[in-house]
Design a protein around this ligand. Structure first.
Ligand code: NAI
Ligand code: MG
Length: 490
């Protein structure tokens, strides 16, 4: 794919309806909702607003495809081939999809091109290879019996997608579900339905049978909740806010659905004085400011060892003063707008709290401009563990720096949180690095790097950052049920 050097033109929005049973249809209620371009606050399209009636139709279509359609009887290897085909089609339209992502989410086009779309394609190809490699076991049991296990698709999967990586988060859920032979109802975030709908069109073009992938755009408490409560949906995969996961867990209790959650964090990023400081400055800046700070694993608590603290903070501040903030369709832009007015208000609220609670605001600290949901890259020094900005997820370009003296102290403080999604440590001492990797309660630990994702590397949270894992072979577990079969041999 070409990396853009000149301003990328706005893509055309083509898919705006619900996609159910292979048909593009308006919502049953006829209602529509607006999706905006966060850089200008302009409406870019009106999208069908699905709710419980549409979810009912989608659940029927998904059930029919699971039990009666060609998907149910297709050879596993052929299922994999269809997934490879979809990956090829997405790759062919990568530039268009990246532009669509930038239009809907506001992220810099250079990020959408270099990160989001290549990761979408890679994830799909990774799981395509699994389609014919999902094995049971043969098990020696007492007596004259033959016992084996089968791994069968968990069934109809409900997938509730966030807005920070719209296409990628959809693919983290589609790919293992397709490999396992499941069928699905996907609800993209109300802020960002466009790439998911376009990928559904490509899935149909690739030959994935009708009813396997159904997309119902709409809001969380209506369409989302209807998916969670539907008795014909067997499993929910959700990425988003902890409080939403708690609602989903309650709503799913009635039907005892299988649940996987990928939630937020307050991830500790720990820099020792013996680290490669150039790499640590770059990495720590990226850890927080990438994607406008809208990352579940953002390194939002930056612990810096006392002896290097002043220099380190100055270098971070200098980087913030150079950040190119602006039109996300300009290839040189490094920081785009936040997703919407709610997030803008929420982030500015946290910045005010940081100032009130006595943190030292070194850069930023305000809205940028008056059009679009931009926030200046903000750096707080002198942050202490009790401050709200050190405890709660901000999900914006706001970095908190905390000082530490020694490894035991920083290990304790790193773990003093309800979250446990990710952590990082920067040091040249491998003993220290592995000590921390073992002690930190987090689903992912990066050593001398940050935000290194791979479709093969499991990702998910300890504690209140989630349940279960996505990606890797571990990510497939949630999409299969194990069945034990025992045969009397005489
Ligand atoms: P959210 O959790 O409300 O939204 C995520 C998805 O859940 C959307 O598709 C939404 O429509 C759906 N949803 C909302 N309520 C639902 C319900 N009752 N039943 C079923 N589905 C429902 O997150 P929101 O409000 O967009 O953002 C709030 C905060 O959540 C952010 O500031 C951030 O801290 C966190 N967040 C974390 C993400 C992550 O990657 N872990 C992604 C997005 C948000
Ligand atoms: Mg919400």
């Amino acid at each position: 794919m070409a990396t853009a050097t000149e301003s990328v033109s706005r893509p055309q929005v083509r898919q705006t309806q619900c996609f159910i049973g292979g048909k593009w249809i308006p919502s049953s209620s006829g209602k529509m909702f607006d999706t905006l371009h966060p850089a200008t606050e302009e409406v870019v399209a009106q999208i069908a607003e699905g709710d419980a009636d549409d979810v009912n139709l989608a659940a029927d279509a998904a059930r029919d495809a699971l039990e009666n359609g060609p998907w149910a009887t297709m050879d596993a290897r052929d299922r994999g081939h269809l997934m490879y085909k979809l990956a090829d089609l997405i790759e062919e339209e990568q530039d268009e999809l990246a532009a669509l992502e930038t239009l809907d989410n506001g992220k810099p086009i250079s990020d959408a091109q270099a990160a989001d779309l290549p990761l979408v394609v890679d994830c799909l190809r990774y799981y395509a290879g699994f389609a014919d490699k999902i094995h049971g076991q043969t098990i020696p049991v007492r007596g004259n019996y033959f016992t084996y296990t089968r791994r069968e698709p968990v069934g109809v999967v409900g997938q509730i997608i966030p807005w920070n990586f719209p296409a990628l988060m959809a693919m983290w859920k589609w790919a293992p579900a397709l490999a396992a032979g499941c069928t699905m109802i996907t609800k993209p975030a109300e802020q960002t339905p466009l790439t998911c709908l376009r990928m559904a069109r490509l899935a149909q073009k690739a030959g994935i049978p009708d009813g396997v992938i159904n997309v119902v755009p709409g809001y969380g408490p209506t369409a989302g909740a209807a998916i969670v409560k539907h008795p014909g949906v067997d499993k929910i995969a959700f990425t988003g806010e902890m409080a939403t996961a708690q609602i989903i867990m309650r709503d799913a209790a009635e039907t005892l659905k299988r649940l996987t959650f990928e939630l937020g964090g307050k991830s500790p990023n720990i820099v020792f004085a013996d680290a490669d400081l150039d790499a640590a400055v770059e990495g720590s800046h990226f850890a927080l400011y990438f994607n406008q700070g809208q990352c579940c694993c953002a390194g939002s608590r930056l612990f810096v060892e006392e002896s290097i603290h002043d220099e380190f903070v100055e270098r971070l501040a200098a980087k913030n003063r150079e950040t190119k903030i602006g039109d996300p369709f300009e290839p040189a832009t490094q920081q785009g707008p936040q997703i919407d007015q709610d997030q803008l208000d929420r982030i500015l609220g946290y910045i005010d709290l940081g100032k009130k609670e006595g943190a030292n605001c070194l850069t930023g600290g305000a809205r940028h401009g008056d059009r679009g949901y931009y926030v200046e890259p903000t750096l707080f020094d002198g942050v202490t563990d009790e401050m709200t900005i050190a405890k709660e997820e901000i999900f914006g370009p706001v970095l908190s720096v905390l000082k530490f003296k020694d490894i035991d102290e920083v290990t304790r403080r790193a773990n003093d949180t309800q979250f446990g999604l990710a952590a990082a440590v920067w040091t040249r001492d491998i003993g220290k690095a592995h000590h921390l990797a073992a002690k930190v309660k987090a689903g992912t630990v990066w050593i001398n790097c940050y935000d290194v994702f791979d479709a093969g590397a499991p990702f998910g949270g300890f504690k209140m950052s989630g349940m279960g894992r996505e990606l890797g072979e571990a990510g497939l577990q949630a999409y299969t049920e194990s069945k034990t079969v025992t045969v009397a041999l005489d």
